[in-house]
Design a protein around this ligand. Structure first.
Ligand code: SAH
Length: 267
């Protein structure tokens, strides 16, 4: 309820990768109890449709000029709404604490004395693992899993712990990787991974238009990953990719040759 005399609060909510059935009950309740929802571009329409019609929505995923609203403006907006007594649902794709800047927003709000609570979300890696049937760990194939960002702030070079990442028994999940995946594949091979090491590329994971491609590090390094299908892209690098349901003996080539996938990855 809007009430100028009482302080508002902010719910930092993970909406998951897109499929509305992956929302937690807590996330849904918080969205429905809010006065206003502030959401990102990655929050799917199917999830926005669950917000009651009387709840105000603010899309900070894009401005009229198509650029996202800068983080400091989002922080200021959340603060302003909460200080005006509103219950604010800040809804983010996936999990707000995994490459989601949820903790940055929480810090600003807490510094101003605004109560903050969280609802975790299914992160893209886990959503895609479930939708494709590719596990992130598997006895004999992957003893550990690492989530890494494929993109650094501004023009900063991508400075990852390549030696630590290039292990055949580790699954690597690369978020925000599509612009740098050629470089990432090259560095992983320079640090010891074989050119045949499998890679699963998933666009729009868990959504009705989910698109998959199976390839290998060597191919990724030499071909430019052009993703004309609009939507978020996740890369899963590791031997676990061999467990993809519909992958037979020679399926890698078959899948690379499939016309609908040629649009996803071409040289
Ligand atoms: N907090 C989010 C990640 C935000 S970073 C989470 O926990 O999932 C944005 C990146 O997440 C995208 O560039 C993409 O790599 C990945 N991503 C998010 N949703 C996705 C989806 N439905 N399918 C594929 N990748 C997704």
């Amino acid at each position: 309820m809007l009430n100028g005399s009482t302080q508002g609060e902010v719910f930092l909510i993970g909406a998951g990768p897109g499929d509305p059935e992956l929302l937690t009950l807590k996330a849904l309740r918080m969205m429905q109890e809010a006065d206003v929802v502030v959401h990102d571009r990655l929050v799917s329409q199917a999830i926005l449709d669950l917000i009651p019609a009387n709840v105000q929505r603010i899309d900070v995923g894009k401005k009229p000029n198509h650029h996202p609203v800068p983080q400091h403006e989002i922080n200021a907006l959340l603060l302003r709404l909460a200080e005006a007594g509103q219950r604010v649902a800040r809804v983010k794709g996936g999990d707000p604490m995994i490459f989601g800047r949820g903790s940055e927003e929480a810090a600003v709000l807490r510094d101003a004395g605004i109560p903050v609570s969280f609802a975790p979300g299914i992160t893209a890696a886990q959503g895609v693992s479930a939708s494709t049937g590719v596990p992130l760990t598997h006895r004999g194939l992957a003893k550990s899993v690492r989530y890494v960002t494929g993109h650094c702030r501004g023009d900063m070079p991508l400075d990852l712990d390549w030696d630590g990442l290039a292990h055949t028994d580790t699954t690597l999940v690369v978020y925000m990787g599509h612009a740098n995946m050629q470089y990432i594949a090259g560095e992983l091979m320079n640090h010891g991974l074989p050119a045949e090491h499998p890679v699963l590329v998933v666009v729009n994971g868990t959504r009705p238009n989910e698109t998959r491609l199976v390839t290998q590090l060597g191919a990724l390094q030499t071909k430019r990953a052009v993703i004309p299908v609009p939507g978020p892209v996740l890369f899963i690098v590791g031997r676990v990719v061999s467990l993809l349901d519909d992958m037979g003996q020679n399926a890698t080539d078959a899948i690379l040759d499939a016309p609908e996938l040629r649009q996803v990855l071409h040289g």
